[in-house]
Design a protein around this ligand. Structure first.
Ligand code: HEC
Ligand code: HEC
Ligand code: HEC
Ligand code: HEC
Length: 411
C-alpha cells in the first residue's frame, strides 16, 4: 500500500477529484486456465473474472494488457477469441493489441476486435489501417491508449502501416491534452521501454508494461508517471486507487485457489474446450517419424517387477488426471500425460491407441516394439535423468529433483 506518494499532474485539470479504482489484468499469453500441474495453482481467467467483476463500478477503469494468446495456430486463435468475449462480458474498458497477437493475422485480429466489442485498441498502426481498431478509449477522466515497442513487426504481420512508439504515445498525450483527460498507456514493452517512454512523455499519468514473473511489490515512479505491471501469464491482477491526480493505492492480487470461479467465465472456458475437442486439434499436431511403440502392458510380460512399480506410480494415471477436468483432448496438456504424442506411431486417442494412454514405459525408454519382438536384438536406448526433462520442466514440476523423484519410481 502506498501513503500519500502522489504528485499532482499539473498539466491536467482535475475534472474528477473523486477516487477511481483501476483494475489491470493481462499478459495472459494463452494461459486461460491455471496450470494444473504445480500446486498451488495460480491464475486463470475464471478467477480473474471474479476479481474484475467484483471491482466493477461507475468509478472503475478495467484494463487488459496483451498478449491474449501469444502463440500461433488454431488453438491460439480460439484462446484469443475466448478472451475477447470474456473481456467484453466483463465490461473491460480497453485491451492493448500486442505484436505477439498480431502474428495471428489480420483476419483473426479483426474477429477478436469484433468479439471484444471494439475494446481492442492500438495507436501503433497508421490512422488509415484497414482494421479500423479504435485508437483510444475513454472512461471517466481517463483516456486510454495502447502502443507497442514492436510496432514494425506488428504492422508487418498485419500488412499495415507502423506508427513508431514515440509518435503513438505523442498522439495519446496530445489527445488527452485537448480533451482534458488523464492519459493511461498500455505498453507492449518491458520496464526499460516503459521508463524511456515515461521520460520522453512526462504527461503520461500511468504506464502498464509487461514483466516476467510476479508483479513488482511496489510500483515504479518516473517523474510524475507511475509504471505498473500485472506480471506474466495472467497470474495476477493489479488494483490501483487513483485520486486527486495520482496513485494512492497499489495492490497486486494473486489469483489463487481462495478465489471462486466466475460462472460466465467458466461457461466460456467450457465452450472453448468443446471447440478444441470438436475441431480435434490434437490430431493436427505436427509429428515426426519414428519406430513403433508396444505399450506398457507388453513390457510387463517380461519385466514384472518394473511393471508393478510403474502401475502403482502416478505416471500410470496421468491421462485420467486430464479426464477429470476435460483436458484429455487439449494439445496444451496431453503431450506430457501420454506416450509419444509427437511421433507418427504415438498416442492418438484413448479409442485408437489405448495402450499408449498415460505416461508409460516408453515415455522414458523410447519406442520398444522391436525390443518386445526380440529382446536380444532390439536393444533399448540408455535412459537417465535427461529422460525426465521434457516433461518435468519448471513450469509444470517446480519442485523437480531427479534423485528424490527417481526414488519414488525406481525399478
Ligand atoms: C511440459 C509437460 C506438461 C504439460 C504441457 C502439462 N503437464 Fe500436467 N504435469 C506434468 C508433470 C511433470 C506433472 C507432475 C508434477 C510434479 O508432481 O512435480 C504434472 C502434473 C499435473 C497434475 C497434478 C496431478 C496430481 O494429482 O498431482 C495435473 C492436474 C495436471 N498436470 C494437469 C495438466 C493440465 C490441465 C495441463 C494443460 C493445461 C497440463 N497438465 C500440461 C507435465 C505437464
Ligand atoms: C519378451 C520379453 C521382453 C519384453 C516383452 C520386454 N523386454 Fe525388456 N528386456 C528383456 C530381456 C531378456 C532383456 C535383457 C536383454 C539383454 O541383456 O540382452 C531386456 C532388457 C531391457 C532393458 C535394458 C536395456 C537393454 O535393451 O538390454 C530395458 C530398458 C528394457 N528391457 C525395457 C523394456 C521395455 C520398455 C519394454 C516394453 C516396451 C520391454 N523391455 C519389453 C525382455 C523383454
Ligand atoms: C519415468 C520414466 C520411466 C518409466 C515410466 C519407466 N522407466 Fe524404466 N527406467 C527409467 C530409468 C531412469 C532407469 C534407470 C536407468 C539406469 O539406472 O541407468 C530405468 C531402468 C529400467 C530397467 C533396467 C535397465 C538396465 O539397464 O538395467 C528396466 C528393465 C526398465 N527400466 C523397464 C521399464 C519398464 C518395463 C517400464 C514400464 C513398466 C519402465 N521401465 C518405466 C525410467 C523409466
Ligand atoms: C512424458 C512425460 C513425463 C516424463 C518423461 C516423466 N514424467 Fe514424471 N510425471 C509426468 C506427469 C504428467 C506426472 C503427473 C501424473 C499425474 O498424477 O497425473 C508425473 C509425475 C511424476 C511423479 C509423481 C510426483 C509426485 O508428486 O509424487 C514422479 C515421482 C515422477 N513423475 C518422476 C519422474 C522421473 C524420475 C522421470 C524421469 C526418469 C519422469 N518422471 C519422467 C510426466 C512425465
Amino acid at each position: 500500500m502506498l501513503g500519500a506518494l502522489g504528485v499532482g499532474l499539473a498539466a491536467f485539470p482535475r475534472a474528477e477529484p473523486e477516487t477511481w479504482t483501476i483494475v489491470v489484468g493481462g499478459d495472459t499469453a494463452g494461459y486461460l486456465a491455471p496450470c494444473g500441474c504445480a500446486k498451488p495453482m495460480v491464475g486463470g481467467v475464471m478467477r480473474r473474472a471474479t476479481v474484475v467483476r467484483n471491482a466493477a463500478s461507475e468509478r472503475t477503469v478495467s484494463l487488459e494488457l496483451g498478449p491474449l494468446a501469444g502463440g500461433l495456430g488454431r488453438q491460439s486463435e480460439l484462446k484469443a477469441e475466448t478472451l475477447a468475449e470474456l473481456t467484453a462480458s466483463l465490461g473491460v474498458d480497453a485491451i492493448g493489441l500486442s505484436a505477439d497477437d498480431a502474428r495471428l493475422g489480420s483476419g483473426v485480429v479483426a474477429s477478436v476486435a469484433r468479439l471484444s466489442q471494439d475494446r481492442l485498441t492500438t495507436l501503433s498502426l497508421g490512422p488509415g489501417s484497414a482494421l479500423g481498431l479504435p485508437r483510444t478509449r475513454t472512461k471517466g477522466p481517463f483516456l486510454i491508449g495502447a502502443a507497442s515497442v514492436e510496432a514494425t513487426q506488428m504492422a508487418t504481420r498485419l500488412a499495415d502501416e507502423a506508427v513508431p512508439v514515440n509518435a503513438a504515445v505523442q498522439e495519446l498525450v496530445d489527445e488527452a491534452q485537448t480533451e482534458h483527460k488523464v492519459p493511461i498507456l498500455l505498453l507492449d514493452g518491458r520496464l526499460d521501454d516503459a521508463r524511456r517512454t515515461a521520460e520522453a512523455h512526462p504527461e503520461l499519468a500511468l504506464v502498464v508494461y509487461r514483466s516476467p514473473g510476479d508483479p513488482p511489490k511496489e510500483p515504479v515512479k518516473v517523474g510524475a508517471t507511475w509504471l505498473v505491471s500485472p506480471g506474466e501469464k495472467g497470474k495476477h491482477v493489479i488494483r490501483l486507487e487513483w485520486s486527486a491526480g495520482s496513485l494512492r493505492g497499489y495492490q497486486p492480487i494473486k489469483l489463487g485457489a481462495d478465489l471462486v470461479d466466475d460462472e460466465r467465465a467458466a461457461a466460456l472456458y467450457r465452450e472453448y474446450q468443446d471447440r478444441v475437442r470438436s475441431e480435434n486439434l490434437l490430431a493436427r499436431r505436427p509429428r515426426s517419424k519414428g519406430e513403433a511403440f508396444a505399450g506398457s502392458d507388453a513390457c510387463g510380460i517380461c519385466h514384472a517387477a518394473a511393471y508393478t512399480v510403474w502401475k502403482d506410480s502416478q505416471h500410470a494415471g496421468a491421462l485420467a488426471t486430464l479426464d477429470k477436468t476435460g483436458h484429455d483432448a487439449d494439445p496444451d496438456c496431453v503431450g506430457c500425460h501420454v506416450v509419444g504424442l509427437d511421433r507418427d506411431a504415438g498416442f492418438k486417442s484413448r479409442a485408437l491407441t489405448p495402450e499408449l494412454a498415460d505416461v508409460g514405459c516408453e515415455s522414458c525408454h523410447g519406442p520398444g516394439a522391436a525390443h518386445v519382438a526380440d529382446p536380444g536384438k532390439g536393444k533399448m536406448a540408455k535412459v537417465g535423468a535427461g529422460s525426465c526433462a521434457p516433461c518435468h520442466v519448471p513450469d509444470h514440476s517446480p519442485g523437480f529433483d531427479f534423485a528424490a523423484y527417481w526414488e519414488r519410481i525406481k525399478h
